[in-house]
Every structure is written in structure tokens, then in C-alpha cells.
Write a protein that binds this ligand. Structure first.
Ligand SMILES: [Mn+2]
Length: 377
């Protein structure tokens, strides 16, 4: 009976300090706002309710620009009920954006102790609670939130779903048992930045939409899906009513390009990296790791390589993790520490009583020589 958009972890006004210039970081912050406006545009004609499950802002340091932008976007969707539960990055404190701004009559921000709103025309009850500080220990448990037996019940909450035993730390840990016993039809979560897919604990459906626009190389997704969840409750909360809508502008990729002793010139490395990059979108961001055991006497010129390929995408950085093949030949009159070490380990390998002992000595030989040669990473 209701068409629900569920988003989380927008992290507006992120610093983007790693690897990006100040200008590029500004562009990325603008793109975060653009992605939010894309979500609003999609929701405009197809949603009754927009749920925002925490970390709408990256920190308490939010620009005036972003606040004005948000107010304007919310007024563009006067008929959509917007519910916000603050997370650990944007807790609802007295000095927070939430306490000091009015976002419009269609926007409600949950308090610390949990609140609920009945949308009678849609036959749904929306419950939620905000983080009061970075520490989520005081957030009301979803089990204690009052349900309405006549309606579909939805919880909007930031928290860390703990599978199995204890733990989950300080960010409002929620066990699968709690979800199962909560009595909710849907628990709209935020905190985990990758899309969780459709999950069920008992009869309760739960999900993390993940971050709509990734911000770094720790936010790569193998399936590359970044967006929002859309649920049409016409036939309940089953998997077939549950969809994912992708909205992201750029993705991050970590690509390992491996070489062996046959590589002897930096041009070959540039060619191989370019070949790999050609399979991806030019607007994306890449960390290239050049790896493998390369021939002794050849060191790739990583600075030059980076300079040559930096125009191939929005951002390309190159890391050198190649290792030079170990030269274990030592002259008889070589009295260096390195030679003594190799002789000692060779003897151990020869005299090993068991296969395990021999393997350990072989490994020690490789690691030791790499350490002496400054190749240990
Ligand atoms: Mn987050």
C-alpha cells in the first residue's frame, strides 16, 4: 500500500582528503549532492515515503551550501513523507544540523528515545530513533518500539547487525534475534556501506542500502552496486517487491597488474595498465598495484608511469609492489652477512628431518634475503 525509498550513509560534505586535490575533493562533494538530487528526482514520481537511516552528513561540520541545498530538495517533494534517523557520523545533538534547522513539514527527524508516526492513508507506522552521540549505546532497542497491529510496521535505525554471538561494538549492535523478535515488517538500516541485499530474520525483512556514492578505495563493491532500496508494499514485504536502484556517479577500483621476469621496460607496464583500464569507465577512480617478481636490474619508473596514465580516468594512482627475483648465487669468498645467512639456511634445508622443517627453512631463506635486500613489504 506504500511505495518506500530507503537510503542511508550519504555522508554529505565528506572531506575526501585521501589522494584527491582540494579542487577534486570539492567536485566530489558537489557530486554527492548531485547523487542526492538524483534520488529525489527518482522518488518524486514513484515514492510515498523516503527513509534516511543515518549518516546523511559525514560530520557535524556541514556547509551552509549543503543545508540550503537539502532544504530546497525536500520542498521539491512536499507529498513524500521523509523520515531521518541520525547515525554515528551525524548524531542528533543540541549543536547538530538537525537541532538547528527546519527542513519542512514533510520531514521528521527522530529523537533519541524513539518516536513513531502513523501514516493512516498508507496503513504504515514508521518508528525510529537517532544517535545522541557518536556512541550508539543509548539508542532505543527496536524491540521496545511500539507496533501498530493494524498497520505495516517499519523501523528506521542506524546500527550494526551482529550475526551470531556477542560483539558489534559501540555502534548500536543489533542481533538477528532482536530483529526476529522485534515485530517489525521491515527494519530499514544504515551503517554498513555495501548493499546487503534482501534479508529475513523470522518474518522480519531487513536491509542496508549501503552508500549511494562511494568515497574511497575501501568502498569498492565487487558487484558495483551503489544506490537505494525501493519497496512496493502492495503485496507485503516479499523479495519480489524489493528492488535496488543504482544511482552512483563514479566507482573506485583497485586493480592488480602482475608482471614476471620478462618485463624489461616501463613502456610495457604502461601498455598493460592502459589495457586493463580500457575495460572500465573513464569517469571512475583507480588504484593500480603493479606486482610480481621482476628481473634483477630492472626497476619500473613509477613516477613517470603515473604521469603518463593519469589522464586515462578521473583519478589513477600507481603503487609499486614488484619484487626483484632473488639472486641466491654467492661467491665462495663472500663473507657478507647475506652470504652467511644463505649458507646457514641452505644447510638447514639440507639437514631438515621433516618436510615441514624443510619448508619453514625455505621460507626463512626467502624472507631473510628479501629483508636484507630491502625487498620485504
Ligand atoms: Mn556511514
Amino acid at each position: 500500500m506504500a511505495r518506500i525509498f530507503h537510503m542511508a550513509d550519504m555522508h554529505l560534505d565528506s572531506s575526501f582528503t585521501t589522494r584527491l586535490s582540494a579542487e577534486m575533493a570539492q567536485v566530489r562533494r558537489s557530486e554527492q549532492r548531485y547523487v542526492f538530487s538524483k534520488i529525489i528526482d527518482i522518488a518524486r514520481d514513484s515514492a510515498d515515503v523516503l527513509l534516511i537511516s543515518g549518516d546523511l552528513f559525514d560530520s557535524s561540520n556541514v556547509s551552509k551550501d549543503t543545508i540550503s541545498f537539502l532544504k530546497r530538495k525536500f520542498t521539491e517533494i512536499p507529498n513524500i513523507h521523509v523520515f531521518i534517523a541520525a547515525g554515528n557520523h551525524d548524531p542528533y545533538t543540541d549543536s547538530s544540523v538537525y537541532a538547528n534547522n527546519y527542513f519542512g513539514s514533510n520531514v521528521r527527524v527522530f529523537g533519541h528515545d524513539g518516536e513513531y508516526f502513523d501514516l493512516d492513508d498508507l496503513h504504515i507506522r514508521i518508528c525510529g530513533a537517532s544517535f545522541a552521540s557518536e556512541d550508539g549505546s543509548s539508542v532505543q532497542s527496536i524491540c521496545d518500539m511500539p507496533k501498530n497491529d493494524e498497520y505495516d510496521n517499519i523501523a528506521v535505525i542506524h546500527g550494526d547487525v551482529v550475526r551470531g554471538g556477542s560483539g558489534g561494538g559501540r555502534y548500536n549492535p543489533i542481533s538477528l534475534k532482536e530483529i526476529e523478535e522485534s515485530g517489525f515488517d521491515y527494519v530499514a538500516l544504515g551503517h554498513v556501506h555495501t548493499y546487503s541485499g534482501f534479508n529475513k530474520a523470522g518474518r522480519t525483512v531487513w536491509a542496508y542500502p549501503g552508500i549511494p556514492e562511494p568515497r574511497g578505495f575501501d568502498e569498492c563493491s565487487e558487484n558495483g552496486r551503489f544506490g537505494v532500496i525501493y519497496i512496493d508494499t502492495e503485496n507485503g514485504f516479499g523479495e519480489s517487491n524489493f528492488k535496488f536502484i543504482e544511482v552512483c556517479e563514479r566507482q573506485y577500483h583497485v586493480l592488480e597488474v602482475e608482471f614476471d621476469e620478462s618485463v624489461n621496460d616501463s613502456e610495457m607496464i604502461i601498455e598493460r595498465i592502459s589495457e586493463r583500464l580500457s575495460a572500465f569507465a573513464e569517469c571512475d577512480l583507480f588504484k593500480i598495484i603493479v606486482s610480481g617478481q621482476i628481473a634483477e636490474g630492472f626497476r619500473p619508473n613509477i613516477e613517470m608511469i603515473s604521469e603518463r596514465i593519469k589522464g586515462s580516468a578521473f583519478l589513477v594512482t600507481v603503487e609499486d609492489k614488484t619484487k626483484t627475483i632473488r639472486n641466491l648465487n654467492i661467491a665462495e669468498n663472500d663473507n657478507s652477512l647475506r652470504a652467511a645467512y644463505i649458507r646457514m639456511l641452505r644447510q638447514r634445508i639440507e639437514n631438515a628431518d621433516t618436510e615441514e622443517e624443510r619448508q619453514i627453512a625455505e621460507e626463512a631463506l626467502k624472507l631473510g634475503v628479501d629483508a636484507i635486500d630491502g625487498q620485504l613489504r
